[in-house]
Design a protein around this ligand. Structure first.
Ligand SMILES: Nc1ncnc2c1ncn2[C@@H]1O[C@H](COP(=O)(O)OP(=O)(O)OP(=O)(O)O)[C@@H](O)[C@H]1O
Length: 596
């Protein structure tokens, strides 16, 4: 059984298994899958509810027909019907569980790739811990759908059937049932009022805690070395205290409401039994109807009781869905979803402004420059000048606030990520390789062409080094596997950036961890890439690796201080330096910020 629309391609069939990034249709399809699954499960619940009448009806019939008539044949017939109904009940109950399972699977199939893409977007902006929240929400949603708490409202909607049976037994039973149902609905609504907001606050506080702890765990070495754990543990305890207080309040209210609701249900069942006994005394119903009516009343009210008990799970699941939906809407609406052909044109940075979302002061303020195929651009500047931010915007990992970065006239931010990645190599400042083999890392985690992997490794000068590893290219790296040194990691990441001979190569501090030999390999690789027609942007503090750069860009406080041919810029910088040196001592100090 499938809950998605049939005309949609399955992810595995879609071109290159790339996610369709149209958030609106993803949300629409997910909602459709959910509602349709609930619809099927609701229909099953209707049959299940009817079959749950088997036992009380059997009791009623045995009492009214078998005991009075003393007929064993009637008893046998009733027994066969009852057992058949119970077996059918078991089968339908199992089918309903399978419907929920398929619904969870179908929902995950639709949401997984878009959610992972959205998580990446959040991680780029707010860090990895917030990024993984959407994945946790997805997993919580699956647990909820596969769990026992989703079914209660589906059973409650079939209350009219039970009420009908009660009215058929005697109008008084029907009226009592109706009053009882309305009372329990009232208690459920009151429970929702008391629980919803506090549950949301508790969940949010808990998520913040998990985020805080998660972000510090990645710094375990520094924490351990400098004995920071007790201080951190104290902080976590304080913030956890707040979250658990909220959780406890929510829990207490929810359990309190459940106790009230359950007591009310038992109380009303006793009243109905007393009413039945009175009706029997008055000769208005039979004792069998009295027992049957009481049992049906219990069956009628149980789902409402369960709704009150399980409402918190519904509230949490709805919050998870709300967060997934918001993230999908916020993150994925702009990017193109169709692959764009490989560009052969220049890189144009046009009046580029970038401000961190929510911040007033921009990090990059009106950057302009062009780079032609085969050219190497060196970007230099003091710390916090905005060099790494520029590199992130160049490769479309951050969205320009104004202006833009264009390859062959096409925005690098909006470009469909798969086809963009095929022609771009990026080495970020903090290198992090992924869990997998060296081959997979260099081949960008695809079924990479082994020849291209070796070409990239040779270009980065790491082929021999990889050959010395225990399993060569098949050496697994990452958490708990073979540990590479900082320099080795940087060179493997350089090979990954060079894989497939990209058109645009952006290297942020690629020599930060390299020795002289590594730096020489890096320079050879950069020159080779440019000779093959790539545009290379090389960010570095140390100017010695700029020897092959055709152009230099000096960045200061987010602005272009100088840009031009390397020799012109260096001459101009040297003159500036000479001018400063030629100033009288007092003035020179002023130029340096007045420091003595
Ligand atoms: N996501 C962010 N949130 C807040 N501020 C940011 C963010 N990204 C960059 N910045 C700010 O932008 C400024 C430039 O940072 P950037 O990392 O680009 O500098 P840089 O020139 O690469 O420095 P360095 O040479 O030290 O690496 C810094 O003041 C930094 O605090």
């Amino acid at each position: 059984m499938h809950f998605g629309r049939k005309n949609l391609p399955k992810p595995a069939e879609s071109k290159g298994a790339r996610p369709a990034l149209d958030a609106k249709s993803v949300i629409r399809e997910a909602r459709y899958t959910f509602v349709r699954g609930l619809g099927w499960a609701g229909v099953m619940s209707g049959f299940i509810n009817v079959l749950q009448l088997t036992v009380p009806l059997f009791m009623l019939q045995v009492h009214d027909r078998v005991i009075n008539s003393q007929s064993t044949d009637t008893l046998k017939l009733l027994l066969v019907i009852a057992i058949g109904a119970i077996i059918l009940y078991g089968i339908l109950d199992f089918i309903r569980a399978l419907i929920f399972q398929e619904m969870a699977k179908s929902l995950l199939r639709r949401l997984n790739l878009p959610a992972i893409s959205a998580a990446m977007g959040v991680a780029l902006e707010k860090g990895s811990v917030q990024g993984t929240q959407v994945l946790r929400d997805l997993s919580d949603l699956r647990t909820f759908i596969n769990g026992n708490t989703i079914g209660a409202p589906l059973e409650a909607i079939w209350a009219p059937i039970f009420l009908g049976v009660m009215f058929a037994l005697h109008p008084y039973y029907g009226i009592a049932g109706l009053i009882a149902v309305l009372t329990l609905i009232g208690l459920s609504l009151l429970g929702d009022l008391l629980v919803r907001q506090i549950t949301k606050e508790a969940t949010d506080a808990n998520l913040r805690n998990i985020g805080d702890i998660g972000s510090t765990v990645s710094n375990a070495e520094a924490i351990e070395a400098m004995g920071m754990l007790p201080a951190l543990a104290m902080r976590w305890r304080l913030s956890q205290q707040h979250a658990s207080e909220l959780l406890d309040i929510g829990n207490a209210r929810s359990k309190g409401m459940y106790s009230v609701s359950r007591s009310a249900r038992f109380g009303m069942q006793i009243c109905v039994l007393a009413m039945g006994a009175y009706l029997v005394i008055q000769g208005e119903t039979t004792p069998g109807a009295m027992i049957g009516g009481t049992v049906i009343m219990g069956r009628l009210l149980l789902p409402f009781d369960n709704v009150t008990r399980d409402w918190r799970a519904w509230v949490s699941a709805l919050s998870s869905w709300g967060r997934i939906r918001n993230i999908l809407e916020e993150r994925q609406s702009e990017r193109e979803i169709e692959p764009t052909p490989r560009s052969e044109g220049p890189l144009v940075v046009d009046n580029l402004v970038y401000a961190v979302p929510g911040a007033n002061v921009p990090v990059l303020r009106g950057i302009n420059f062009n780079l032609n195929p085969g050219e190497i651009l060196g970007v230099v500047g003091p710390s916090a000048a905005g060099k790494s931010t520029l590199s992130r915007v160049l490769v479309g990992a951050a969205k320009p606030t104004a202006g833009g970065v264009y390859l062959d006239g096409h925005s690098t931010y909006l470009w469909e990520r798969g086809s963009f990645g095929d022609m771009v190599g990026y080495l970020p400042q903090s290198v992090s390789l992924l869990n997998g083999t060296i081959r997979e890392n260099i081949g960008r985690m695809r079924h990479a062409n082994p020849r291209k992997v070796i070409d990239a490794a040779r270009a980065a000068g790491v082929h021999e080094m990889i050959g010395r590893l225990p399993l060569g290219y098949d050496t697994p790296i990452g958490a708990g596997r073979h540990t590479l040194s900082g320099g080795q990691q940087q060179r493997i990441a350089l090979a990954r950036a060079l894989y497939g001979w990209p058109r645009l190569l952006v290297l942020d501090e690629p020599n930060a961890n390299l020795d002289a030999e590594g730096e020489a390999s890096l320079l050879r690789a950069v020159k080779q890439a440019a000779d093959a027609g790539a545009m290379v942007v090389l960010i570095a503090h140390r100017q010695n690796i700029m020897q092959y750069a055709h152009k230099l860009l000096v960045l200061q406080e987010g602005r272009v201080k100088q840009f031009g041919e390397r020799t012109d810029v260096i001459r101009s910088m040297t003159q500036d330096d000479d001018n400063i040196k030629s100033l009288p001592t007092v003035k020179r100090n002023q130029h340096n910020g007045g420091a003595a």
